[in-house]
Design a protein around this ligand. Structure first.
Ligand code: AMP
Length: 417
């Protein structure tokens, strides 16, 4: 679990503002659910035999005896809320977005944290494949707005309760005959969660996986045409995708479409997914609601921030918003007047930087330079007495004196230029 220090906050803010603007545009309403839920909500929805529930949930018993968990995922909580508040009675589809912290007891490694943040989009009550495409499009657009390049969508269909059981049987019988060639984790998965063998990263399992039957060849008519239409929509909006028959994702509740979005970089061909999601048509019913199709996805904020920071280092771009004005003061009376002037700038909505605690003009001008100020306003003892102030052009070093009561107007004029 990490502290998010002030230096990192602008990156997080940028991600949240971008997501919220896009959410507004596409008509998604914000929903916030508690960080703590009954543990059963997650074991029931994500699945008992998944890594998240089996190994990664932070669970505890409350003083009242309830068995609770810190949320490892958004969708289950939002489905719970949808059912609890009778939202199926409202005109469908309903479109929600959320952001906030999630908790998973992961093995610590780059890009994997135990407390991390996601932005999450969900649509309830719409079975059309156009929604699957729209969810993907939304995340793609968020990444584009955040200046990600070389994005690739990986997509697969994992069928539904009609076709998956048969495929699972095929898969189990295939892997069973080759059990000795599987890693120890996969031998266990064979019993509890055979689909997960497909996304095993162990070297040993790769040749066995490569020959395994693929879900796309065993989809029922409905799942097949749904998948085909999702791909046609993606073609239509010209999003770059690649079919990945091994993409199954780590949560049990998915049906039909599953997807992930990656940024392909030169340094390494394989990065962690920035975004993951899919359709979960059976989840609302499973958790006690009416039969309601649903689809969603989530982006990991830390992963986006990590990549944004890397890019900033490489391109040497300045990311922090610069303050154009720096207010420097010299002497007791000037300091007092500066404090008042600072307030006037706030009311005029002009961001100003200062270092009121410093007395040396040289130090203050150095700071002005560091924050990227275009103009430093210098208020010395003489100016404070005369009711004037000096405007220093930080680039040229030119200085001119103006009347104090004209300074806001003067700065407004110069900033507009
Ligand atoms: P998931 O909820 O597992 O479908 O993951 C969706 C996205 O959340 C991933 O693509 C990652 O960007 C992010 N994510 C998942 N787990 C972690 C983690 N432990 N630490 C940081 N980001 C994560």
């Amino acid at each position: 679990m990490h502290d998010i220090l002030p230096g990192e906050q602008p990156f997080f803010q940028k991600v949240y503002t971008t997501a919220s603007n896009i959410a507004n545009f596409y008509g998604f309403k914000r929903i916030d659910t508690p960080m703590v839920e009954e543990a059963e909500l997650f074991s029931k929805s994500i699945g008992l035999a998944t890594d998240i529930v089996e190994k990664q949930m932070y669970t505890f018993r409350s003083k009242g005896g309830d068995y609770l968990a810190l949320r490892p995922d958004f969708s289950a909580s939002i489905v719970r809320s949808y059912i609890e508040h009778g939202m199926f009675n409202l005109p469908q589809p309903l479109k929600f977005y959320s952001s906030g912290p999630l908790f998973r007891l992961e093995r610590p490694q780059a890009g994997r944290f135990r407390q991390f943040h996601q932005i999450n989009f969900e649509v309830f009550g719409e079975e059309s494949p156009v929604i699957d495409a729209q969810i993907i499009q939304i995340f793609y657009n968020i990444l584009k707005e955040l200046k990600f390049k070389n994005l690739i969508i990986e997509i697969n269909s994992i069928g539904d309760s009609q076709c998956r059981p048969y495929y699972k049987k095929l898969l189990v019988s295939y892997f069973r005959s080759r059990e000795s060639s599987l890693c120890s984790d996969c031998r266990r998965r064979l019993r509890y969660n055979p689909l997960r063998i497909l996304d095993c990263k162990e070297e040993k399992c790769q040749p066995v996986k490569a020959q395994a039957p693929q879900m796309v060849d065993h989809l029922c008519e409905e799942c097949k045409s749904h998948f085909k239409e999702v791909l046609e929509f993606l073609d239509e909006i010209e999003l770059p995708y690649r079919l990945n028959p091994y993409l199954v994702r780590g949560l049990d509740y998915y049906t039909k479409t599953v997807f992930e979005i990656f940024e392909e970089t030169e340094e390494s061909q394989r990065q962690d997914a920035l975004v993951g999601g899919g359709r979960y048509d059976a989840l609302v019913k499973l958790l006690g609601g009416k039969d309601t199709p649903a689809c969603g996805g989530a982006a990991g904020v830390e992963r986006l921030v990590l990549a944004m920071k890397e890019r900033m280092k490489k391109d040497r771009v300045r990311f922090l918003p610069v303050k154009s004005i720096f207010l420097a003061q010299l002497g007791e009376l000037a300091k007092r007047k500066s404090l008042k002037l600072f307030e006037e700038f706030r009311k005029a909505k002009i961001p100003v930087a200062e270092s009121f605690g410093k007395d040396s003009l040289k130090t203050q001008l150095r700071t002005a330079d560091k924050v990227g100020a275009r103009y430093a306003l210098i208020l010395g003892q003489k100016e404070a007495l005369e009711g004037t102030i000096i405007i220093r052009n930080m680039r040229t070093g030119n200085q001119e004196t103006v009347k104090m009561d004209k300074i806001i107007k003067e700065i407004e004029k110069r900033l507009k230029k």
